[in-house]
Design a protein around this ligand. Structure first.
Ligand SMILES: [Zn+2]
Length: 211
């Protein structure tokens, strides 16, 4: 199976809400130089379990550019971050690293840029770097802006397309998003329970029968 070239990415349905939530509070500790941003990125990516399923990509250095001429910090492909001077703060860099991880895991193919998986990865990074309290504080900001992160963007596709993405992930050796797996398991458990109930009912129906 190959995915059709014409498959449009998911609409980035909560981008503004994510930006607003992050702008509601502090941007995190500042970095004194671009080199400090570079060192920080290398350190985060070296220790993070989210990157490990892809050992080859894992080895690649991240290029941190000065972001001249861009209004926002941004991630380009799987290797480069552009971080303008005003954006050299820990939270903004973690936001960009979350994008980079989404690209490296190849979840960016079927997830919205600032969708549920992105927010899960970002919150994970905040927790891993700054502790549980910092994660909770950011989660509260997201909640106030009605940002969603429980569930999976994969569930936003029509069922037949979701199936094709799952098949694509399995073929390419890409780990499926954990929230998607959880949702699948819940459906399976529900179906199994239903089947069991039907079976019990069919047994019950034979109670008075004689052959
Ligand atoms: Zn972003």
């Amino acid at each position: 199976m190959t995915l059709p070239n014409g498959v449009k990415p998911l609409r980035d349905w909560q981008k503004e809400r994510v930006y607003d939530a992050e702008d509601d509070g502090e941007k995190g500790r500042p970095f004194e130089s671009l080199a400090a941003v570079q060192r920080y990125c290398t350190e985060v990516m070296a220790k993070d379990w989210l990157v490990r399923p892809h050992p080859l990509l894992d080895l690649a250095e991240i290029e941190v550019h000065d972001g001249r001429g861009s209004r926002r910090a941004r991630t380009v492909g799987a290797f480069a971050l552009h971080v303008p001077r005003w954006a050299r703060h820990e939270q903004i860099v973690l936001h960009e690293l979350a994008h980079l991880i989404m690209v490296r895991r190849r979840w960016s193919r079927f997830c919205a840029s600032h969708g549920q998986e992105f927010v899960q990865v970002f919150l994970h990074l905040i927790g891993a770097q700054n502790g549980f309290g910092a994660r909770q504080e950011m989660a509260a900001r997201f909640r106030r802006r009605r940002v969603v992160w429980s569930g999976s963007d994969l569930q936003r596709w029509p069922a037949d397309m979701a199936d094709r993405w799952v098949e694509w992930c399995r073929r390419e050796g890409i780990e499926l998003p954990p929230e998607f797996m959880l949702a699948q398991r819940r459906v399976e458990v529900r179906l199994a329970a239903k089947e069991e109930a039907l079976f019990a009912a069919s047994l019950e129906a034979t109670r008075g029968e004689t052959w």
